[in-house]
Write a protein that binds this ligand. Structure first.
Ligand code: BG6
Ligand code: MG
Length: 223
């Protein structure tokens, strides 16, 4: 049987729609610096898609450090202050190439479009990029209790759209995000390095490699 064309596409934000990963990296680097923990791009890769709280826990683990609850919360706040300062300078020209065109094509064929992000700052970024109105549903870090790899964020997006999970396609750049989509029973396209993104149905360097016709061909080849 030919696999069905999806009724909905759910997009991660950071790393799929725009390069906020570099702003997360800079902000964590400052926090790591104050703690005297070495922090590099490979470590940042493991933080992709991971919630703020879980990210700080990992950073402290890598530095073999323990802090009090109040210090923990203070560090979280500081990280977010730096991050908000950076994203407040964002503008629509930071949307990755091909994103708007592909989403527009989906909408024109009647496919619903949702955001499924771990970030509590997703709304701010969408506003800065001037794309809030593109999404039929927005689920972000403020709506979920479990972070990726839990499927909660994607299942909630599907529920908001009234679409069953098997009719959804997810676009993700993080390993934990791919795991979340697979656990949700959804198809998933990994954006980035295929070596890091195990489990995705397809891999792309970016959405500029995809248009509706290519997407349809990909789906026909699914088993
Ligand atoms: C994800 C990012 O989208 O959001 C992670 O990939 C980040 O790096 C997480 O930690 C939470 O974001 P925020 O904005 O709530 O700190
Ligand atoms: Mg991401």
């Amino acid at each position: 049987m030919t696999p069905e064309f999806p009724s909905a596409c759910i997009f991660d934000l950071d790393g799929v729609i725009c390069d906020t990963a570099k702003y997360h990296f800079h902000s964590w680097q400052i926090i790591a610096g104050t703690l005297d923990i070495q922090f590099d791009h490979a470590m940042n890769e493991s933080l992709k898609g991971v919630s703020r709280v879980e990210s700080l826990k990992l950073l402290l683990k890598w530095g073999n450090m323990q802090v009090s609850e109040s210090r923990f919360n203070e560090l979280l706040e500081k990280k977010n202050e730096h991050y908000i300062e950076l994203i407040s300078q964002m503008s629509p020209d930071e949307i990755f190439p091909g994103v708007l065109e592909f989403i527009q094509e989906l909408k024109e064929t009647g496919v619903l479009v949702a955001l499924g992000s771990a970030s509590k700052n997703a709304r701010i970024v969408l506003k800065k990029l001037n794309i809030t109105q593109l999404f039929d549903a927005i689920v972000d870090g403020r709506h979920v209790t479990e972070s990726k790899p839990s499927p909660e964020v994607f299942l909630l997006a599907a529920r908001k759209l009234s679409v069953s999970p098997e009719k959804c396609f997810v676009f993700e750049d993080a390993s934990v995000g791919i795991q979340a989509a697979v656990s949700a029973g959804m198809r998933v396209i990994g954006i980035g390095d295929p070596k890091v993104l195990n489990g995705a149905d397809f891999h792309l360097k970016g959405l500029d490699q995809l248009d509706l016709a290519t997407f349809k061909r990909m789906i026909i080849n699914l088993n």
